[in-house]
Design a protein around this ligand. Structure first.
Ligand code: 5GP
Length: 190
């Protein structure tokens, strides 16, 4: 998606450790008009697919997911990062290793909000090593729901997540795929 790529080039900041900061439009301050265009694009890419629920993960995924969900006219469920023990029974849970924070945490979704009848589109801001996406798809699997696909704003194509998920048969649609990212040479898109 050209508008997103241009914005990444204009305002994205490359940090140590393969991290791209997009705080001025995607992760902290939010450019709602850009989100609107992203919603339109995901709607186009998943045209004809039956989707009745959007699933994302707190915190950065929520804002994007909400605007995307307006285009599909479906509810959003977000997985919570949980510190609570002893929650088995009422929730689906999975472990995720955080790319940006380097630690493992549990993600949970109440059993009330994911059902075997659900046709789920996962939305997230970034795809790096794929841990967040794998964790979310495990929740979908545990609920007996159907995973229609995943819509990602920015995929870092030089990390393994995209290939891993696609090899597993997940339809991953990314609006901007970065193949190279270097403080001196800048950003190269696929
Ligand atoms: P993964 O689980 O695919 O390794 O990483 C995805 C998650 O880590 C995303 O939900 C996102 O919050 C965070 N993340 C991964 N790479 C980046 C990055 O380069 N910049 C930012 N801002 N977040 C990232």
């Amino acid at each position: 998606m050209e508008a997103l790529k241009q914005r990444i080039i204009k305002d994205g900041i490359i940090k140590e450790g393969n991290v791209l900061k997009v705080d001025s439009f995607l992760n902290h301050q939010l450019d709602i008009n850009l989100f609107e265009k992203m919603g339109e694009e995901f709607k186009k890419r998943f045209e004809g697919q039956e989707i009745n629920k959007i699933l994302t993960i707190e915190a950065s995924g929520i804002a994007i997911a909400c605007i995307v969900a307006r285009h599909f006219n479906v509810p959003v469920v977000f997985a919570k990062k949980s510190k609570t023990k002893n929650i088995a029974g009422e929730v689906y849970t999975s472990k995720v290793e955080s790319f940006t924070h380097g630690r493992v945490y549990d993600i949970i979704v109440s059993k009330d909000f994911l059902n075997p009848e659900d046709k789920v589109l996962i939305i997230d801001d970034f795809l790096a090593n794929g841990q967040a996406l794998i964790g979310l798809s495990n929740l979908v699997k545990d609920a007996g729901a159907t995973l229609v696909g995943a819509g990602i704003a920015i995929e870092k194509g030089f990390q393994k997540g995209g290939d891993l998920l696609r090899e597993q048969g997940v339809r991953v649609e990314s609006l901007a795929i970065i193949d190279e990212m270097d403080v001196e040479k800048g950003i190269k898109f696929r």
